[in-house]
Design a protein around this ligand. Structure first.
Ligand code: NAD
Length: 481
């Protein structure tokens, strides 16, 4: 079995615990690699390495264009390692190879984009109202960034943080999820291969309550960039508040996908299916609340069920598989618990509703694609993030009713609208309380488009030009002329 070490200061180092834990393949249910059990001592080593690389000039002292060039080189290395990294991610999180390979071949774009931005971070000369002075601003890096990531898309979500942080001139300590650490450890090595100075990117693995907590509360960390559940986000935010650290939070969602009676129903049905079942429903943007207009409810639900019945579960490495396993045993139990809760709440079970016992699912943690109809928006299944292949369908009467239901939830990450009336689509997009609104599509993302949550789905934005600002602070300089 492959055994990894920690990646600190440009070297592979053993964890100070001298212990490792197993990481599992969700398709076979078997362990396949050993991950180092990091401790607060290892966090300290990694943060000191990042702090030294930051304060002694190894990274911020490089010219912005040199930093940009190194980011480009990492992008090239990701491209040439895409297949290998995608296979590791599939092994660890059970997502489809086709999806992970697609993600990995697109990932270099984040490094090219932010590499290109590194030498475009400009201050301003200020049009002062005071005679005898000249004043200008500089945008300076915050310092050491703690990047904490979840298990559902380890390298994509790590890159959303690392690429803008490095472009800004920060250094990074990355803590991947304990369930999917292998790809992040492999990824870390690419930075030194590209020519980064040691200590600029470090990875410490281990459990959230130990290593994660030690990292996010480390006094030398100036910025926390966290993606994960809102429960953990709140804990980290409270800790960070006491130390006045800068904070970005990308949290959960319970996104409405709204189908009007004037939509192209076939297109909308495909969008609703991929909106919820992609990545086995384990995406923050899953369109887990499907709002369907009364007048088309029956016909649309029949279309949906007909498609969902044909979905193929199985080995995530096979190119014809459409739904893979749930990534972790606790998540598998959580999804099945929510199905029980929905049945007890009186939701109408239309499809699935149990663990999948199909031969092609092997010993993996599979749940049948599950659809509930006649869901009331007050039910827990409509309000809480399941993070699995479970869809709740809710009826609505008209535009106002759809908006009331869609916005009546504490999350606000994303929303979809299906209509052929573009004016209605635009009206809806203005009134939906969500960080991303898709019209006649769902789930499309780009390094160019800002991404983040309204309400309790998060703080700050990733992707796009402004993401670099999340890692900068502004200094104003006054000169007496
Ligand atoms: P999680 O909150 O359990 O863990 C996320 C990370 O935080 C892990 O690395 C974990 O080890 C660490 N952690 C846990 N407890 C900690 C603590 N006390 N202090 C510091 N770190 C700690 O989330 P998860 O189960 O891995 O991921 C699923 C969640 O992530 C879902 O809620 C999903 O919606 C969310 N998510 C959000 C986005 C987004 O961009 N908004 C993207 C993907 C996933």
């Amino acid at each position: 079995m492959k055994r990894y070490d920690l990646r600190i200061n440009g070297e592979w180092v053993k964890p100070s615990s001298n212990e490792w834990f197993d990481t599992y393949d969700p398709y076979t249910g078997e362990p396949w690699a050993n991950i180092p059990l990091g401790t607060s001592q290892d966090v300290d080593r990694a943060v000191l390495a990042a702090h030294t690389a930051f304060t002694e000039g190894a990274w911020p002292a490089k010219s912005p264009s040199e930093r940009g060039l190194l980011l480009h080189k990492v992008g090239d290395l990701i491209a040439s390692n895409a297949k290998r990294l995608a296979e590791i991610e599939v092994r660890d999180n059970g997502k489809l190879f086709a999806e992970m390979y697609g993600q990995l071949t697109y990932l270099p774009q984040w490094f090219y984009y932010y590499g290109g931005l590194a030498d475009k971070i400009q201050g301003a000369t200020l049009p002062l109202d005071k005679k005898g002075y000249f004043s200008y601003t500089r945008h300076e890096p915050l310092g050491v960034v703690a990047a904490l990531t979840p298990w559902n898309s380890p390298l994509l979500l790590a890159s959303w943080k690392i690429a803008p942080a490095l472009a800004a001139g920060c250094t990074v300590v990355l803590k991947p999820s304990e369930f999917t650490s292998a790809s992040t450890l492999e990824f870390a090595e690419l930075f030194e291969q590209a020519g980064f100075p040691p200590g600029v990117v470090n990875v410490v693995t281990g459990f959230g309550k130990d290593v994660g907590a030690a990292l996010s509360s480390h006094p030398l960390v100036r910025k926390i960039s966290f993606t994960g559940s809102d429960t953990t986000g709140r804990v980290i935010n409270q800790q960070a508040a006491s130390q006045l650290k800068h904070m970005s939070l990308e949290l959960g969602g319970k996104s409405p996908n709204i189908v009007f009676d004037d939509a192209d129903l076939d297109q909308a049905a495909q969008g609703a299916i991929s909106g919820i079942f992609s990545a086995t429903g384990q995406t923050c943007i899953a369109g887990s609340r499907l709002l369907v207009q009364d007048s088309i409810y029956d016909v649309f639900v029949s279309k949906l069920i007909a498609i969902a019945r044909t979905v193929k579960l199985g080995n995530p490495m096979s190119l014809d598989t459409q739904i893979g396993p749930v990534t972790t045993p606790p998540q598998y139990r959580k999804v099945l618990d929510y199905i029980d809760i929905a049945i007890k709440e009186g939701a109408q079970l239309l499809l699935g509703g149990k663990a999948a016992a199909r031969a092609e699912c092997g010993k993996g943690w599979f749940v049948e694609p599950t659809i509930f109809g006649e869901v009331n928006n007050a039910m827990r299944i409509a309000q809480e993030e399941v993070f699995g292949p479970v869809l709740s369908i809710i009826r609505f009467k008209d535009e106002d009713d759809a908006l009331d239901i869609a916005n009546d939830v504490r999350f606000g990450l994303a929303a979809g609208v299906w209509t052929q009336d573009i004016a209605r689509g635009m009206r809806m997009s203005e009134r939906l309380k969500a960080g991303t609104v898709w019209i006649n599509t769902y789930r499309v993302l780009s390094y160019i488009s800002p991404f983040g949550g309204y309400k309790e789905s998060g703080l700050g934005r990733e992707n796009g030009i402004d993401a670099v600002r999340e890692y900068l602070q502004t200094k104003t300089v006054w000169i007496n002329t």
